[in-house]
Design a protein. Structure first.
Length: 317
């Protein structure tokens, strides 16, 4: 019981520090070099960005399985906007964000208005959005290798720190401030705790639900745009594990799967933990599928700890 209380307060932070020390002892100073730490941050930035949006969704008592497909659509839509519509980088980003808003509104209406369970609704839209990616791309990869301005989204840097890391930090801080100090953040936590009580208090659960899904979709789009700017290829196979990795970081970071309680900073440390593990496996030259095994084990551990934490909270009431 006491361990669970400590875990709830600082478990993920302590686990991340232990993982870092273990990797340092195993791999030596090359692991903690500034180059490798920046490499780890670059590896986790997309998960953290998507995790911020997913934190709002899960805290609101919802679920979003479609962000991987939205991430994929962002790379396809941006590629078409650049190569076929020729509307420039700003136009490609704007069109991709508009697509994300539409996807988020659709998810929100299916859940809040049509009363379809969130998992089923977003599982259906995940397949629909994935199919739409193949449809609009013709099942082919879209190459935009000559668009150097678009590449600067991920290739540029400021003060020696890559742009994606800056974007991640800005969105992380913005998400934390919105969650912690705005009326929307209060409404999300209230809805996750009890929809019935929220409605009795005059909170529009329809609006909160739609905004949660729009937020999740926009952050997924931003992740997809950064990914596409790295590779300069729009492909329908991108983002296959994106949803699972983001949800894993969110749950491991301390957000309650039953809603009402989120932890954006904890999500960042959870993503950092996953990044340390993946980086260490890469440095040890182990096959890529070991990353899936480690991620799966960590996710199971997170779910078990979350379930035990929920039981502890119920007993304390």
């Amino acid at each position: 019981m006491r361990f669970l209380k400590y875990w709830d307060k600082a478990g993920i932070y302590a686990l991340t520090v232990v993982a870092a020390l273990f990797c340092w002892a195993l791999l030596g100073d090359s692991f903690i070099s500034s180059y490798n730490m920046l490499n780890v941050l670059m590896q986790i930035c997309l998960i953290v960005i998507g995790g911020v949006g997913i934190t709002f969704v899960i805290t609101g008592g919802l679920c979003d399985m479609s962000i991987g497909s939205i991430y994929t659509m962002a790379s396809i839509v941006s590629g078409i906007a650049l190569t076929k519509l020729e509307i420039g980088v700003a136009g490609a980003v704007g069109l991709s964000l508009l697509m994300g808003v539409i996807c988020g509104v659709l998810n929100g209406l299916l859940v809040a208005k049509a009363k379809i369970p969130a998992f089923i609704a977003t599982l259906a839209t995940m397949l629909a959005f994935k199919g739409a990616s193949y449809l609009i791309s013709g099942g082919k990869d879209i190459l935009f290798l000559t668009y150097e301005d678009f590449k600067q989204i991920s290739a540029g840097s400021l003060a020696g720190i890559p742009n994606p890391v800056w974007i991640m930090l800005i969105l992380l801080i913005a998400g934390y401030l919105v969650y912690k100090y705005t009326r929307f953040g209060v409404y999300v936590r209230a809805q996750g705790s009890s929809i019935a009580v929220s409605e009795m208090a005059g909170i529009s659960t329809l609006r909160v639900t739609v905004l949660c899904y729009v937020c999740s979709a926009i952050f997924a789009v931003l992740g997809g745009l950064i990914s596409a700017s790295r590779t300069l290829i729009g492909t329908s196979t991108a983002g296959s594990t994106y949803s699972i990795e983001c949800i894993c970081a969110v749950v491991l970071g301390g957000t309650s799967m039953s809603g009402g309680k989120g932890n954006i900073i904890g999500m960042f440390f959870a993503a950092l933990l996953l990044g340390f593990m993946k980086n260490a496996l890469n440095m040890l030259n182990l096959p890529f599928y070991y990353q899936y095994i480690v991620t799966g084990i960590i996710l199971v551990f997170a779910l078990v700890m979350g379930s035990l934490r929920e039981l502890l909270m119920e007993k304390s009431l």
